[in-house]
Design a binder for this molecule. Sequence first.
Ligand SMILES: [Zn+2]
Length: 88
Amino acid sequence: MTSPRRKIRIKCPQCGKKYSDWYRSSINLTLEDWAEEDLERATTSMCPHCSFKVCHDVLVVKNTVAGIVHETVAQRKELDSGIIEEGR
Ligand SMILES: [Zn+2]
């Protein structure tokens, strides 16, 4: 199941400024069809001060030719999520 949006506070790893955004902690692509840009929007945040992009640790479940794959976006891109606070 795809998680609801979760509000977060982020400290930009590049410029150190803080901002608010949201993400989803899991997305199930075997049940829903997401456009690549919507997926990008739900799993990353961009700093409004310096445009540095961070990837959140989102679990993505998807169907591939090899079967059902579970992976987290942060793992795949090896980037810091920068999250300092999570709300609901
Ligand atoms: Zn920044």
